[in-house]
Design a protein around this ligand. Structure first.
Ligand code: ADP
Length: 450
């Protein structure tokens, strides 16, 4: 059965290729779009057709909605997959696709809009009975009022942009003296990064774990979860290593958290693939936000469940019913993903774009590499610094660590600095090996300096 004849992929790099692979397996033709500097990129070569969007700045290329929709129309594409980043969580774009007769491969624009506000989604989940951290129910307007609420919540607190993402604009506040500055700064950053200055205050957990659930829902009211992922190893509040399942998960905790995750999906009328993020600390978990898109780390879930999430997204978008019931989805083994960024881990993760002069990717049992790079490829400086995702699967966690170590040994990327040496150190760290991680793991272990 063919779901769509042709799909346009409104993205670049590894994720564009990942989506095209799914399309190819389903017999769907693919349309790539690209910016000037991406003219010779792998995703352009991989696609059946490719069209220039415009100059390098995202506004002129990968965020240029008019141009993308024009290409979709003229190429005869029937659906658009946004990948992650760029237009993936832009409800205006999802709506625009609908208006132009294109199927948006993702949730409805209404779900995207509802979940796009961290504050709005917390309200919704709070009401639905999902645990949330104490927070200011409205955006901060008055400093004295904010001080009063922060005192009630108890320091430390965190100031967050309601429209935020990518860890941008978040600030930890230790005491009342720091609060005013943090709010003003947060509002400034939020306004310039997201065009919305709304900030709110939430209780800050000192060493939580980041645990998330992958959900998959169709347009007919069927909802399943594809188990959990642990994403606590982060730099600047951004994930660096993810694994599935979470190493400290128990049957009882999974039962409770997955039930909350599905409640979140249900309360927001969600369909397609999505991720419900929680913070976990001392036996308690709290809803943080829902990501209404395919996640970078969907790979590890695919490896432990055998479910191809991209193909499922396409089928759901084509109005298919889910074929899996919850009982059909079995957890098998353990998977880890290392995000290989062109960054210098010894110099505060400064981006290090440039030309790859030698490249050899690893292989062998249990290894998966999703990347958009090759020998001679020049990494453009203006986009995401993540160049490859190295994933390992093992029949248990220890085997997936052993395989990851072996794959890191095999991986050759010369010409730019990468996070590979840091991953090498993490895979040898005794706390990591024991599954004993939290969101401050990297700072505390000082392994980026080793
Ligand atoms: P973004 O959408 O910008 O990525 P998130 O709300 O998803 O931001 O949070 C990203 C990370 O920031 C979390 O994984 C966690 O490490 C940290 N964080 C966010 N909120 C809190 C909190 N209340 N307490 C402790 N850490 C937090």
């Amino acid at each position: 059965m063919s779901y769509f004849n042709k799909v346009l992929i409104a993205n670049r790099g590894e994720i564009a290729i990942r989506i095209m692979r799914g399309c190819r397996e389903l017999g769907i033709e693919t349309v790539a779009v690209f910016s000037e500097p991406d003219r010779n990129a792998l995703h352009v070569k991989y696609a059946d057709e490719a069209y220039l969007l415009g100059a390098a700045p995202p506004k002129e290329s990968y965020l240029n909605m008019d141009r993308i929709l024009k290409i979709a129309k003229s190429s005869g594409a029937e659906a658009i997959h946004p990948g992650y980043g760029f237009l993936a969580e832009n409800s205006k774009f999802a709506k625009y696709c609908e208006e132009e007769g294109q199927t948006f491969i993702g949730p409805s624009w209404k779900s995207i809009e509802a979940m796009g506000s961290k504050l709005g989604s917390k309200h919704m989940m709070d009401k639905a009975g999902v645990p949330v951290l104490p927070y200011t129910h409205d955006g901060v307007k008055d400093i004295d009022e904010a001080k009063r609420v922060a005192k009630d919540i108890g320091y430390p607190v965190i100031v967050k942009a309601s429209a935020g993402g990518g860890g941008i604009g978040m600030q930890i506040v230790e005491n009342e003296e720091e609060l005013e500055n943090a709010i003003e700064k947060g509002m400034r950053i939020a306004e310039s990064a997201f065009g919305d200055s709304t900030v709110f205050i939430e209780k800050y957990l000192v060493k939580p774990r980041h645990i998330e659930f992958q959900v998959l829902c169709d347009k007919h009211g069927n909802r399943v979860h594809l188990y959990d992922r642990e994403c606590s190893i982060q730099r600047r509040h951004q994930k660096l290593v993810e694994e599935a399942p979470c190493p400290i998960m128990t049957d009882e905790l999974r039962e409770r958290m997955s039930e909350s995750a599905l409640k979140v999906a249900e309360a927001s009328g969600y369909y397609n693939a999505g991720t419900v993020e929680f913070l976990y600390s001392e036996g308690n978990y709290y809803f943080m936000e829902m990501n209404t898109r395919l996640q970078v780390e969907h790979t590890v879930t695919e490896m432990i469940t055998g479910v191809d999430i991209v193909k499922q997204q396409i089928k759901v978008a084509a109005d298919e019913e889910l074929r899996h019931s919850q009982e059909d989805i079995r957890l098998n083994g353990h998977a880890i993903e290392c995000r290989i960024n062109a960054e210098d881990p010894l110099n505060n993760f400064t981006a290090d774009p440039g030309k790859i002069v030698r490249y050899r990717s690893p292989g062998g049992p249990g290894i998966r590499v999703d990347s958009g790079i090759h020998m001679g490829y020049a990494i453009p400086p203006m986009y995401d610094s993540m160049i490859s995702k190295l994933c390992s699967w093992g029949s248990d966690r220890q085997e997936s660590i052993d395989r990851m170590r072996r794959a890191i040994y095999e991986y050759v990327i010369l010409g730019v600095k990468t996070t590979l040496p840091l991953h090498h150190a993490i895979m040898r760290n005794s706390h990591f090996i024991n599954g004993d991680t939290h969101t401050h793991f990297l700072q505390e272990e000082h392994i980026q300096k080793s």
